[in-house]
Ligand binder design. Structure first.
Ligand code: ADP
Ligand code: MG
Length: 548
């Protein structure tokens, strides 16, 4: 078994996960799991002493619905979300780490131990969600992890892929929209590629819109009909509900290739069927389709893009197989979506290409990948943009705390911004910067990343004493913050550490994040609700009283 480093990509999806690696010809190969499947359901069954991942876990979700976790990715980075199963506390990170561990284990038989990999995340994942993903990878035994945004991976797969497109031969600059409708998320990006350069120029989407929502429509319709006919609420029974969930999944898939399908509902000795055709299904889906449409329109509008500037629309993700999704994208864009990408494997494969790009200078990886491949991969540069704005909490003219963003969404990474604020009150002893990431178009939640503190300031500092704040999405893509009181010669700097995270984690939103376990010390940043320090009563625009 080889010990050389492989270029490995892992698509950790809400509903399905896969692993791909680059072979010696530089071609991505999707690895089958222990059961011979190329995609593994992202489902974990905590069966007393043992943990079972994949199809077997999904199958058992009918009999043991309480012991099986699905769609954990929807809760990634949410420290309050815990499943209690048989007395065990399970977090979304634990669940993800089991899934990654299973993929690594399955691949081990053919390509040996894997210690380094690229894991994919939705473009809109916040820093916290990224950190949780890295932590899951480390828990699963990886030692070095890089993250890549899913639509970027899809675009790399398209550009570098062997669909007759040799990247270096592309003569025209092109803008490509990547629309990835998976099980739990709808990810959208516009990617520009020129010779040897792949750049994300905009990203958007909806973290709460995916194939599962279409399943829920069928589940609702069927259980409503069942109640009408029998007077019974079948959803109150976890087993009946789970059986219906699996049935809804099958029905949805049938309707991607057939005009009609039938859904079977079984509960409390009753059996009912719901006949449904593809047109009814499309009608039921109107709200979901409208949300997709709004995401697409908003992405274009917010970034001053017009369809005339988009050369191709790439659709990927398992749920893009639904005819209504193809129709929608075609209607909006006025062109037939390019289906060259595999809906199921393009993201893991793109991640494997990216892993190859990162390893192109590594001699042991070069030996495995071959000279021609590494040369080609070495030539490619790619840049990404931030999916969320980055800023601090300040007080406005009325004393209200609110976020003030220094680095706007869709900034090319790495990015840095500097601005001067003023202290809030006379004699302020500490300045505490509360660093936040803003919400995305589809979720407005402001995410608190951590603090940077300057304490023990000289007494009698007047209100409005200048504080210079620097925020960075660094080249290694972590969030960094620095504060300086130029007149007092005081400063503080911090790389943000999140509570409960024991290892160095990634920071950036769109490019790539690197976490090298155990190789770096990071300055811990105290987290507290103490008085926030920055803002002022200086006469400044934007009623935020920030100058500069
Ligand atoms: P994720 O990466 O979020 O796990 P995937 O890209 O693997 O998602 O897509 C999974 C989703 O695609 C699921 O909701 C699944 O039901 C849906 N899907 C897969 N095949 C089909 C199909 N033939 N028709 C409709 N939906 C499908
Ligand atoms: Mg996916």
């Amino acid at each position: 078994m080889s010990t050389a480093i492989r270029a490995v990509g892992i698509d950790l999806g809400t509903t399905y996960s896969c692993l791909a690696y680059l072979n010696e010809y530089g071609e991505p190969v999707s690895m089958a799991n222990r059961e011979g499947e190329l995609s593994t359901p992202s489902v974990v069954w905590y069966d007393r002493g043992s943990v079972v991942v994949g199809t077997e876990a999904l199958r058992n979700s009918i009999v043991y619905p309480q012991a099986v976790v699905t769609a954990a990715k929807r809760y990634m980075g949410n420290a309050n979300h815990v499943w209690t199963i048989g007395g065990r506390q399970v977090t979304p990170t634990n669940v993800s780490s089991e899934i990654i561990g299973y993929l690594l284990d399955s691949a081990k038989d053919s390509i040996g131990d894997i210690k380094r990999a690229v894991i994919t995340v939705p473009a809109q994942f916040s820093d916290l969600q990224r950190a949780a993903t890295v932590e899951a990878g480390l828990k699963a035994g990886l030692e070095e992890i890089d993250l890549i945004n899913e639509p970027v991976a899809a675009a790399l797969c398209y550009v570098l892929g062997n669909e007759g497109l040799a990247f270096s031969e592309l003569s025209l600059d092109q803008n490509v929209m990547v629309a990835d409708l998976g099980g739990g998320t709808f990810d959208l990006s516009v990617v520009r590629y020129t010779k040897d350069r792949v750049q994300v120029i905009a990203c958007g989407g909806d973290l709460k819109l995916g194939g599962l929502d279409w399943n829920n429509l069928l589940i609702e319709a069927a259980s409503r009909r069942f109640r009408l006919e029998t007077g019974l609420d079948m959803k109150s029974d976890p087993t009946s509900r789970q059986m219906l969930a699996l049935e809804a999944e099958q029905t949805k898939r049938s309707l991607s290739t057939r005009e009609h399908s039938t859904l079977l509902v079984q509960h409390a000795g009753h059996r009912k069927t719901l006949k449904i055709d593809v047109h009814q299904f499309e009608k039921m889906s109107a709200t979901l389709l409208t949300r997709m449409e709004e995401c697409v329109t908003r992405l274009l509008k917010d970034n001053n893009l017009r369809w005339a500037k988009i050369d191709a629309v790439l659709s990927t993700g398992g749920a893009s197989r639904m005819p209504m999704v193809k129709t929608l994208l075609k209607r909006l864009s006025g062109r037939t979506p390019n289906r060259a990408l595999s809906p199921d494997h393009s993201i893991a494969q793109g991640a494997a290409y990216y892993a190859g790009m990162l390893l192109a200078n590594d001699s042991s990886a070069r030996a495995l990948l071959g000279e021609a491949t590494t040369e080609r991969l070495q030539k490619v540069a790619f840049h990404s943009v931030s999916a969320r704005p980055l800023g601090i909490i300040v007080r406005d003219a009325h004393g209200q705390r609110q976020p003030y963003y220094l680095i706007p969404v869709n900034s090319t990474l790495p990015a840095e911004a500097k601005q001067t604020f003023g202290t809030v009150s006379d004699g302020q002893a500490t300045v505490r910067l509360k660093v936040v990431e803003g919400g995305t178009a589809s979720d407005d939640e402001v995410i608190r990343l951590g603090d940077c503190l300057i304490s023990d300031l000289p007494p009698d500092l007047p209100q409005g004493t200048p504080v210079e704040v620097t925020l960075k999405y660094g080249a290694d893509a972590r969030v960094q913050v620095a504060a300086r009181l130029p007149d007092q010669g005081r400063e503080a700097e911090a790389v943000l550490e999140r509570p409960g995270t024991v290892t160095p984690t990634s920071g950036d939103t769109a490019k790539v994040t690197s976490a090298r376990a155990g190789t770096e010390k990071r300055t811990p940043v105290p987290l507290s609700e103490a008085e926030l320090g920055v803002s002022s009563s200086l006469k400044l625009p934007a009623q935020l009283m920030a100058d500069g």
